[in-house]
Design a protein around this ligand. Structure first.
Ligand code: NDP
Length: 457
């Protein structure tokens, strides 16, 4: 039997790669090497979910300070000290990166802090010139922000730069209508930046439930964000006073910062994969089967590089399933269904299952909607409304989807996802006694459908 240097070599130290490496080594007894050319932890920890959520938290304080006053506290809000926050954030990311390293080392994984490429089906080559033979290779190289090829694109920043800006701008343009664009629009607005968001389509957050995205967009606008739909940047130009953005319809505005959040592309090229027969699809992603295996049997891929569902917890589950299958003798496929997620816009959007539009296309659906002013902010004199929505199959009474907009939406939808994943019916929800007084109790107290959509079979 061939003796390899490693049983598994993982390229990429992000969410998917780290989980696979740890499980293969600690629970599968595999000899594992992992190469990471940047910082351990990948997009989620270093330039994504984690710092983003901390920035969302930081940007929410102006409201909290106002609420505190309404609740009787004699507080005065001061200015936001971006450099101070940025330094604390950087220290927290250092701590997390070290924790990731510690976990891998504790599991017995050998870390190579350099770039690696695939030389053949069982060999990786490091940028240092070292080569290692390995029984299996896992590609977990993630994705990278994509900026369309418009004149002046070099003047724009991407989410990568947002955590380390030298100073906060006065006027910002956010281009795109997805998760990242909408989340940063809220963050910057909370920090006191004047924010304009351009989105080429009719409504931001395409793919989410129409009513929920409309609710989020209206609240973002009410909070002061200018959302311009149906427009796009044609060119960017540096002027003496800022960056001039000319739109496709010939209008022009000036900003101090232009953030492009127009999607991400898989990091699949330049790894030597195509030459070996690993297929890359038209979106530039590594093609894998349900076992995350590529066309080359010894090479697997997980996470954003495969462009299935680009979320950290999904990459983790794909990496775990791979390690269980290949190194623990427990064949496991991760099924990409009923994946709950949250968009940390302000207000937050939590969603699981079908949207109303998808449910209606599938068949007759009862739509239960509650829209109300939550007690906490109502008392403080805020106009915020929460939205809760359940989509119920008329025939089976199964809850097909749940959409929540408002404070704690992500937390609530996590729990709703358990029930929905178990096949809960509307009657199961109704039988559940409310926890009072909470906002979440609305989920179990919606008695009558607001409307019925879709055709009966
Ligand atoms: P998304 O794919 O969510 O959004 C991209 C946005 O950019 C869309 O509005 C899209 O418009 C627009 N767009 C794409 N190409 C162009 C172009 N050439 N010109 C103008 N506009 C364009 O990508 P994001 O970058 O926001 O996020 C990347 C991934 O990261 C997401 O898929 C998500 O899975 C993940 N993510 C998850 C988060 C969470 O769970 N909270 C947070 C952040 C990211 P259109 O709708 O018309 O295609």
């Amino acid at each position: 039997m061939t003796q390899f240097d490693y049983d598994l070599f993982v390229i990429g130290g992000g969410s998917g790669g780290v989980r696979a490496a740890r499980i293969a080594a600690a629970e599968g007894g595999a000899r594992v090497g992992l190469a990471e050319e940047s910082r351990m932890g990948g997009t989620c920890v270093i330039r994504g979910c984690v710092p983003k959520k901390l920035m969302v938290n930081a940007s929410a304080f102006p409201h909290l300070i106002e609420d505190a006053r309404a609740y009787g506290w004699q507080v005065t809000g001061g200015a936001f000290d971006w450099p101070a926050f940025r330094a604390t954030l950087a220290a927290e990311l250092d701590r997390l990166e070290n924790a990731y390293r510690g976990t891998l080392k504790g599991a017995g994984v050998t870390i190579h802090d350099t770039r690696a490429v695939v030389e053949d089906a069982h060999t990786v080559r490091l940028a240092t010139g070292e080569r290692f033979s390995t029984r299996h290779i896992l590609i977990a190289t993630g994705g990278w922000p994509f900026v369309p090829d418009i004149p002046g694109r070099e003047l724009a920043v991407t989410s990568n730069e947002m955590f380390n800006l030298p100073a906060l701008p006065k006027r910002a343009l956010v281009v795109g209508g997805g998760y990242i664009a909408s989340e940063f629009a809220g963050i910057l607005n909370g920090f006191g930046v004047q924010v304009t968001q351009y989105y080429r389509g009719a409504q931001i957050l395409r793919g989410f439930d129409d009513e929920a995205r409309g609710h989020v967009a209206a609240a973002m606008q009410a909070a002061g964000i200018i959302i311009r739909c149906g427009t796009d940047v044609a060119r960017l130009e540096q002027t003496a006073t800022g960056i001039r953005a000319e739109t496709i319809d010939g209008a022009a505005e000036e900003f101090d910062l232009v953030l492009y959040a127009t999607g991400r592309k898989p990091n699949a090229h330049g790894l030597g994969l195509e030459a070996l027969g690993v297929e890359i699809d038209t979106a530039g992603a590594v093609k894998v089967d349900d076992w995350s295996q590529t066309a080359v049997p010894s090479i697997f891929a997980v996470g954003d590089v495969t462009n299935r569902v680009n979320l950290t917890p999904v990459a983790i589950r794909e990496g775990h399933a791979f390690a269980d299958t290949v190194f623990r003798g427990v064949p496991t496929q991760f099924r990409h269904e009923n994946i709950a997620s949250a968009v940390f816009t302000q207000p937050e959007l939590g969603a699981v299952g079908l949207t109303e539009e998808q449910a209606a296309a599938r068949g007759a659906t009862d739509v239960y909607v509650a829209s109300f002013r939550p007690m906490k902010t109502l008392f403080a004199g805020r106009q915020d409304r929460m939205l809760m929505k359940l989509l119920v199959d008329v025939e089976t009474r199964k809850v097909l989807g749940c959409h929540i907009v408002g404070e704690g939406a992500g937390e609530m939808v996590q729990l709703a996802a358990i029930a929905i994943g178990m096949g809960a019916t509307k009657e199961d929800f109704d039988r559940t006694v409310a926890v009072h007084p909470t906002a979440a109790e609305e989920l179990v107290t919606m008695r009558k459908p607001t409307r019925r959509v879709g055709q009966t079979a």
